[in-house]
Design a protein around this ligand. Structure first.
Ligand code: 13P
Ligand code: SF4
Length: 310
């Protein structure tokens, strides 16, 4: 790209020319958050993807989110700036291994976290996000046999919140499983006026010391609605940009990782999205997300069930 091109202006121009909408997740860089037409958590993004009348959806997030948008809009063009923007959770559940696991648990309904591939969605009865997971698990009869995949940490948390004993697939988010309980406790000691809040993808010991546990949107709402002036936040640090914008007078400290060489945990997949790649993707309308009709049909049913139930 020539250095003369003003990328942000060009992105706006291309967007109008192509009737495109830019949907972004809270974990992308602050610069990309500010360029997005709509920013949200996984549930809000799925809803927005369902409602949009744009011809082209540009997804600033990761691959499974763009796939969800395509499943909900098979006739629209869905593009993503970097196809390598994957997700450790989604990758933890390959289709064949998961199909075998499902076959080993006959009579079980499959509840899958939206952070999974389209293939896993085709094997699921219902999809959930961290915003609606408890409500959807609660909607099953008490004696229902349930599998929860692919996040064992969210699954454990849901078991504790609902009194269920769901069978868990052994997957985890590489960002949220790396928070250091020891360093968080030290930080809490150093900042007695701070409230510690966490995303349910974190491990159990971390969640046990959190004052509040919720999805990215729920955490963002919490810091606005609660009096505390300081928060230690255990989720990907991109959300801090929105927290700081909403509460300029409050202090937000990213929770520390077990990896002492970095202050916080960034999702390297989310951070593969850049302004330059967004510009090129919009200009050339690729990389494009394409799924076969059978996958779309089978994956759509559990997503629509989620949207109805939440
Ligand atoms: P939510 O924004 O739905 O809480 O999801 C978090 C996440 O890990 C997305 O990858
Ligand atoms: Fe996947 Fe974790 Fe990155 Fe979210 S933060 S996209 S769950 S690896």
């Amino acid at each position: 790209v020539s250095p003369q091109v003003n990328l942000v202006e060009e992105i706006q121009r291309l967007k109008r020319e192509k009737n495109a909408v830019i949907l972004g997740h809270f974990y992308i860089t602050p610069e990309l958050q500010d360029i997005s037409d709509f920013l949200g958590d996984s549930l809000a993004l799925a809803r927005k993807a369902q409602e949009t009348d744009a011809d082209v959806i540009v997804f600033l997030g990761v691959h499974f989110m763009a796939e969800t948008a395509k499943i909900l809009n098979p006739d629209k063009k869905v593009i993503i700036p970097d196809l390598k923007a994957g997700c450790s959770l989604a990758e933890s559940a390959p289709k064949e291994a998961f199909a075998k696991f499902k076959a080993e648990h006959p009579d079980h309904k499959v509840i899958s976290y939206i952070n999974c591939t389209a293939d896993i969605k085709t094997l699921s009865d219902v999809i959930v996000t961290s915003s609606n997971a408890k409500k959807i698990v609660d909607s099953f009869p008490e004696d229902a046999k349930l599998i929860f995949a692919p996040d064992k940490n969210l699954g454990n948390y849901l078991n504790s919140q609902t009194g269920r004993d769901m069978v868990l697939w052994d997957g985890a988010c590489m960002v949220h499983e790396k928070y250091s309980l020891e360093r968080i406790l030290e930080l809490m000691d150093e900042n007695p006026d701070a409230e510690f809040i966490a995303h349910p993808e974190c491990e159990k010991p971390v969640l046990m010391v959190a004052k509040y546990v919720g999805s990215t949107t729920a955490l963002l709402n919490y810091v606005q609605q609660h009096e505390a002036k300081k928060f230690i936040v255990a989720t990907e640090s991109g959300i801090l940009h929105q927290m700081q914008k909403a509460c300029p007078d409050k202090v937000f400290i990213p929770a520390p990782s077990i990896d002492s060489t970095c202050g916080c945990n960034d999702c390297t997949y989310m951070k593969l999205n850049t302004v330059q790649k967004l510009y090129l993707a919009l200009k050339h309308e690729r990389p494009e997300i394409n799924l076969d009709a059978d996958t779309i049909e089978k994956a759509k049913a559990p997503i629509l069930r989620m949207l109805e139930l939440s």
